[in-house]
Design a protein around this ligand. Structure first.
Ligand SMILES: Cc1cc2nc3c(=O)[nH]c(=O)nc-3n(C[C@H](O)[C@H](O)[C@H](O)COP(=O)(O)O)c2cc1C
Ligand code: SF4
Ligand code: SF4
Length: 290
């Protein structure tokens, strides 16, 4: 059942998709959902937009159901996604969320669905998929290494089928569905998080800052155009990074000359862009084969 003032049963269900994505995993899942809704006879996809600071929410067409996609960074929803949800003025329309993760998403489901509810939307479900860890690939996987091969194989299977089933379920959902706090959340806060800080020391690398290797940058400006936070600019012929970074790694993974680095760790590690390479095919078609 759909919610909202505007939906009429005789019409096609107007479906909108907003997604945030760094290297591109969530973009792949968003494309899968776009395909799922576009193929349904009862639905029509009215917009499909990547979340950035420049996204003009006022210009989006009216919708009956909205899908919001995002990756898990540091076991949380990237703050730009929350800020976008806060700017959405819901009129009681249905909303479902979907996320991609390398391993573990903490209490994200409850956090994101509650946030959607607080802005006047009716949350009807949340979908999660495992995808190759874009952080692991950049920080730990040398090109051609076994780590690279293993991490790239770590993704959910049969995503198209699962997304189809999920779409069917959310369109039938009668009322708001926000899960309770997970029973293990207190243990996680008191035990797992402190332990995790030891293991993820390498995230300190982000504090070292991003820089461009002299001589490698061709000033193509792809990073400037692609940064969702408008955090990169060209100043006096040099690429400069500001202080509003989500650590989505889009600039690094997509730079055509691999000029962008963090510390020295990333000089020989993998760059990953699933939509532009065979990755999208593997993530979509590979998932459908038994
Ligand atoms: C800075 C950073 C932090 C991450 N933290 C987590 C995490 O806490 N848990 C997890 O399961 N995956 C984590 N990941 C992996 C991403 O969630 C995963 O690779 C996701 O599919 C990336 O999607 P994207 O390509 O759309 O950005 C992290 C990735 C990055 C770049
Ligand atoms: S994407 Fe890479 S090559 Fe292009 S401007 Fe940015 S740093 Fe330079
Ligand atoms: S500077 Fe790079 S990592 Fe930071 S938000 Fe922009 S694209 Fe993402």
């Amino acid at each position: 059942m759909l919610h909202g003032e505007t939906y009429q049963k005789s019409q096609k269900i107007r479906t909108g998709i907003l997604y945030f994505s760094g290297a591109g995993n969530t973009e792949c899942l968003a494309l899968i959902f776009q395909g799922v809704f576009a193929r349904r006879g009862d639905c029509k996809v009215v917009f499909f937009e990547r979340i950035t600071r420049k996204l003009n929410l006022e210009a989006l067409p009216e919708f009956d159901i909205l899908g919001i996609g995002f990756p898990i960074y540091f076991r949380r929803t990237p703050s730009i996604v929350f800020e976008t949800i806060d700017r959405l003025k819901g009129k009681g329309q249905s909303v479902f969320t979907f996320c991609t993760k390398g391993m573990y998403s903490g209490n994200v489901t409850r956090d994101i669905l509650s946030r959607c509810a607080s802005t006047g939307l009716v949350p009807v479900g949340h979908f999660e998929a495992f995808m190759p860890g874009t952080d692991i690939l950049l920080l730990f996987a040398r090109k051609g290494s076994l780590t690279e091969r293993i991490v790239k194989k770590m993704h959910s299977r049969h995503l198209d089928r699962k997304a189809n089933q999920f779409a069917e379920a959310v369109l039938q959902t009668e009322g708001p569905s926000i899960p309770r706090v997970k029973w293990y959340t207190p243990i996680e806060n008191k035990v797992v998080k402190p332990l995790e800080r030891l293991v993820t020391r390498d995230y300190q690398v982000f504090k070292e800052g991003y820089y461009v290797l002299p001589g490698r940058c061709t000033c193509c400006l792809l990073c400037v155009q692609n940064c969702p936070e408008d955090n990169i600019s060209l100043q006096d012929g040099r690429i400069v990074f500001g202080n509003h970074c989500d650590h989505c790694l889009r600039c690094i993974h997509h730079c055509p000359t691999e000029a962008i680095q963090i510390g020295i760790k990333t000089l020989k590690t993998v760059r990953y862009w699933p939509k532009a390479t065979e990755g999208l095919k593997i993530l979509i078609e590979g998932n459908n084969s038994e």
